[in-house]
Write a protein that binds this ligand. Structure first.
Ligand code: NDP
Length: 231
């Protein structure tokens, strides 16, 4: 299958790229910098399966250029993984927030995913093998709401709504649309104290994409093992 992954140069995005390649999939690994050392190493190892594309999800023209390059080679996608995100304005009270910084988080975490889907959907193979996987967070949950991480939690809640709307939009095509909480992982974002390894989460997410894991949820917001998350 053909995967498109955003933020593929580090953290969960890099683990997802490697896991999909190991399983024989073709991956369009997108990142702001395609000169990243780890991606270049993967390119050497999986030269026939990996294409690196420069995409900044805030820059719509970078997405349009990537679509043009895929169209030129008559390429299509089976799986889109919106993984790129930032976690900023941490632990600030509402009085302390920098609203411009909040706007950047919204621009990346939710509008970025919308830009990707808007432009790649025309070259997406809609069908029972296809998936749109938006990487969300338990910080989006009403049930677990806490007074902090305002732009992050709010933008991920909007991402969950995007997933639900897409699920409705694509319901007759058999496309699987999920908003996945990947667990607290040891990455630049999650920090060293996190209990989970992003490689383990990546295996579970690729299992979901391959439909090896049964999703047990009324809504698209699920845990990495396919179980329902609290809305
Ligand atoms: P990291 O901070 O380690 O990596 C974030 C990735 O997003 C980087 O590749 C970064 O690229 C990319 N990115 C940020 N802004 C942009 C942009 N404008 N355009 C393109 N790429 C961009 O995060 P994680 O790997 O930990 O997180 C992956 C996903 O999992 C995120 O959606 C996150 O919200 C979610 N998540 C993570 C948790 C955790 O514990 N780590 C917990 C719950 C959810 P660059 O190198 O250029 O900055």
């Amino acid at each position: 299958m053909n995967y498109l992954i955003t933020g593929a140069n580090r953290g969960l995005g890099l683990s997802l790229t490697e896991e999909a390649l190991k399983r024989g999939h073709h991956v369009y690994a997108t990142s702001r910098s395609i000169k990243d050392e780890r991606l270049l190493q993967l390119k050497e190892q999986y030269s026939d399966q990996l294409v690196m594309l420069s995409i900044d999800v805030q820059d719509e023209s970078s997405i349009e250029e990537a679509v043009v390059s895929l169209k030129k080679n008559s390429q299509y996608l089976d799986v889109i993984i919106n993984n790129a995100a930032i976690l900023n304005e941490r632990e600030k009270t509402i009085e302390e927030l920098d609203i411009d910084a909040c706007a950047v988080a919204f621009d990346i975490n939710i509008l970025g995913a919308m830009r990707i889907i808007k432009h790649f959907l025309p070259i997406f193979h809609k069908g029972p093998r296809a998936s749109i996987l938006n990487i969300s967070s338990e910080a989006a949950s009403f049930t677990n709401a806490y007074a902090g991480d305002y732009p992050y939690g709010m933008s991920k809640a909007a991402l969950n709504m995007l997933s639900e709307k897409l699920k409705m939009y694509l319901k007759d095509d058999g496309v699987q649309v999920l908003s996945i909480h990947p667990g607290w992982m040891k990455t630049d974002m999650g920090g060293e104290k996190a209990p989970f390894d992003p490689d383990e989460t990546a295996r579970m997410i690729v299992d979901l994409a391959e439909r090896k894991t049964e999703v047990d949820s009324r809504y698209s917001f699920v845990n990495r093992d396919g179980s329902a998350m609290n809305i």
